[in-house]
Design a protein around this ligand. Structure first.
Ligand code: HEM
Length: 206
């Protein structure tokens, strides 16, 4: 029998909505800057894409800071604490389930419970995105907004060029994360149950 757990408090749902919308704006304007030039717009005109990208980047930094405080001062943070012991085995088990067991109708190896909101793969990817990729994206993004603070040369390369390359690679990583995220969240109890949980707050166990 499935059980429901209230895993997504209002602040997480609001943060997630704002975060997702801002990321989509940043991705569209980021691609527009990367693949268009001042005379030839891809989706958004170059100058407009720069302005929207900057404003969304600043707003995302603010919403991210609120998320960090939320995780520091509420029980949501405990779901982001990785236990390294046996992690490889747990990731393998969950990976095998996503690639094979799920399609064979097997039981999920790490079902949702009051203590466990994320399975090991979700946990590692959320920790990676929220505590590694996004902070580095902010640092490089803010540096590009204030290029006077970037080293002129590093290992013979222009500092701005390297910062920009790093920023773009991180942006691509977020896009890859988003595709995987959108696919994996359809693998809940039903294809729509995880979408429902980020709207209502209640998560169904398998
Ligand atoms: C259209 C875009 C998006 C949709 C539809 C979406 C959907 C969802 C859903 C349904 C969940 C709940 C299921 C789960 O816990 O896995 C979730 C959780 C989560 N998503 Fe997304 N997402 C989107 C974009 C993003 C982006 C861009 C990021 C980060 C850069 C992100 C990071 C997260 C995180 C960290 C959680 C767990 C939050 C928590 O409970 O602490 N999502 N998302």
């Amino acid at each position: 029998m499935s059980k429901n757990f209230y895993h997504y408090p209002v602040w997480v749902r609001l943060w997630h909505l704002i975060n997702a919308v801002l990321c989509l704006f940043l991705i569209v304007t980021g691609f527009s800057m990367l693949y268009s030039d001042p005379d030839n717009a891809l989706v958004v005109k170059f100058q407009r894409a720069v302005s929207i990208h900057n404003v969304c980047g600043v707003l995302l930094t603010i919403s991210y800071t609120l998320f960090l405080f939320g995780n520091l001062f509420t029980s949501n943070g405990k779901h982001y604490l990785l236990t390294m012991k046996g992690l490889g085995k747990r990731l393998w088990k969950q990976g095998r389930y996503y690639a094979y067991g799920y399609f064979k109708g097997e039981e999920a190896p790490f079902p949702v419970s009051s203590e466990r909101k994320f399975n090991p793969l979700q946990q590692v990817s959320y920790v990676g995105v929220m505590y590694l990729a996004l902070p580095m994206l902010f640092i490089t993004g803010w540096a590009l907004m204030f290029p006077e603070f970037i080293l002129k040369k590093f290992l013979g390369f222009s500092g701005i060029f390297l910062t920009d390359q790093f920023h773009v690679i991180l942006g691509f990583l977020i896009v890859i994360f988003l595709f995987i995220h959108l696919y994996v969240i359809t693998m809940g109890k039903t294809p729509l149950s995880n979408f429902r949980s980020i709207i209502t707050g209640w998560q169904e166990s398998h």
